[in-house]
Design a protein. Structure first.
Length: 434
């Protein structure tokens, strides 16, 4: 749910990294080896600093200032859960943003799917390095594509959503109530050229996790909804998490999601109700902030996978030139400016941006959502909650010593607004601000 990338946001992310002086904790290791396994520094359990809720709230205000009707965050691991919310959850009624409301989590679903599949690996029902065609004979045109390639987005399978949502609102309306089979979605991908040879490079594609859903159903003989329920939702008592495909409604108290059209100034589209059949095991789950906190904390805390399998999930490869963002087996890692690494996933589905991340020990977690999409600046601003939540208050930099009069003038950059951050890689094509 990502390409084509919003070129302006990519540039601003690079600029922000330069301005902020972000130095990835694992940059030296990553330079020598593109795959990065957890290290002692990453698994250290030193207490995280107290969240800077002023900065977190400013990030939410920045998010609404650039087009999101509302935004909210919930942070655990520092005593009682800390929450903040701004704006509205429903533009028609004017109801304030509700930190307990349910919403569509988009590609955070990929981490749920990965956990289920990796549990099947633990049970000996699937091998990470076996060809996908061993389990789904004849599905893919290349026997070299392995299960691991799917989970790491290194299969080379084209992302069918690029063409599907080339025109944002017309593309959405064409599939809003449509029900696809997994095979139909894979067929859409196979019409397009492959993006890379298997295993060669990271190329984000929803097709990978559609096939993951097929593998889960083939190995268990049950639908993914039942596997999510029995393996994750019930054990963790996630009362607000569900997979209702192909139902279009979000039951109970929920946020309304609003899609920005590509045309500047065009009215927002209420995209709350849809089948999300175009995504399924790649992005169709529903949850709320509290449940996402519980899920990411449990995963990183070792409650869902065997230690060796969790280590495999956390073996990362860089996804950006600055080496501050990484991808493992259905899991992202961001290296923040304070040296802290956080693990989880971002989600983009029509009407919602989501961040769900935890520290390596699972002791602190964040779930943040904005009820909009196709507005890359809002996603960027929402990402600013990570710094405040995991790094705490920033120490003001000391004033630099005066340069000798003979020295050349130093180039200066204007800082972005407080609380902004480099944007997450998009899960859907972004056109509104390209």
């Amino acid at each position: 749910m990502r390409l084509p990338i919003d070129r302006r946001l990519t540039l601003s992310a690079a600029l922000l990294a330069v301005v902020a002086g972000v130095v990835p904790a694992t940059a030296a290791h990553a330079a020598a080896n593109p795959f990065s396994a957890p290290t002692g520094a990453q698994t250290a359990t030193a207490p995280a600093p107290t969240p800077d809720m002023e900065a977190v709230t400013q990030a939410l205000k920045n998010t609404t200032a650039v087009g999101a009707p509302g935004a909210m965050v919930r942070i655990t691991g520092s005593g009682a859960p800390l929450t903040s919310a701004v704006g509205v959850q429903d533009r028609t009624t004017g109801a304030a943003m509700d930190v307990n409301g349910r919403f569509r989590i988009g590609s955070v679903t990929k981490t749920f799917s990965s956990v289920v599949l990796l549990q099947l690996v633990d049970e000996g029902k699937i091998s990470l390095d076996a060809p996908v065609n061993k389990y789904l004979p004849g599905l893919l045109p290349d026997d070299r594509i392995t299960v691991r390639h799917l989970l790491t987005h290194r299969s080379g399978l084209s992302d069918y959503t690029n063409a599907m949502f080339d025109k944002t609102v017309p593309g959405f309306e064409a599939v809003r109530n449509k029900v696809f089979t997994y095979q139909e979605l894979v067929a859409l991908s196979l019409r397009e050229p492959r993006t890379t040879e298997p295993g060669v490079s990271y190329q984000y594609s929803n097709t990978n996790f559609v096939v993951v859903g097929m593998l889960i159903e083939k190995a268990t003989g049950r639908g993914v909804a039942k596997e999510y329920e029995s393996r994750i939702i019930k054990p963790l008592k996630l009362k607000n998490t569900s997979y209702v495909h192909p139902s279009t409604a979000i039951k109970g108290a929920h946020l309304h999601g609003y899609l920005h059209p590509d045309e500047a100034g065009a009215p927002l589209v209420d995209s709350t109700e849809q089948t999300v059949s175009w995504a399924q095991s790649a992005g169709a789950m529903i949850s709320n902030a509290a449940d996402l906190n519980t899920f990411t904390s449990a995963l990183l805390g070792g409650k869902l996978l065997k230690p060796g399998t969790l280590d495999a999930m956390l073996t990362m490869t860089p996804t950006d030139a600055a080496k501050t963002r990484f991808y493992g087996l259905g899991l992202r890692r961001y290296d923040l400016s304070c040296g802290t690494s956080v693990y989880g996933h971002t989600g983009t589905v029509q009407g919602f941006y989501t961040y769900a991340f935890s520290t390596r020990d699972g002791k602190r977690s964040l779930a943040a959502v904005a009820n909009t999409s196709n507005k890359g600046e809002a996603n960027t601003a929402l990402g600013g909650t990570l710094e405040g939540a995991f790094c705490g208050k920033k120490t003001p930099p000391a004033a630099p010593a005066a340069a000798p009069s003979a020295a050349p003038a130093q180039r200066s950059f204007a800082l972005l607004p407080a609380g902004t951050a480099a944007p997450a890689e998009q899960d859907l094509p972004e056109h509104g601000s390209r």
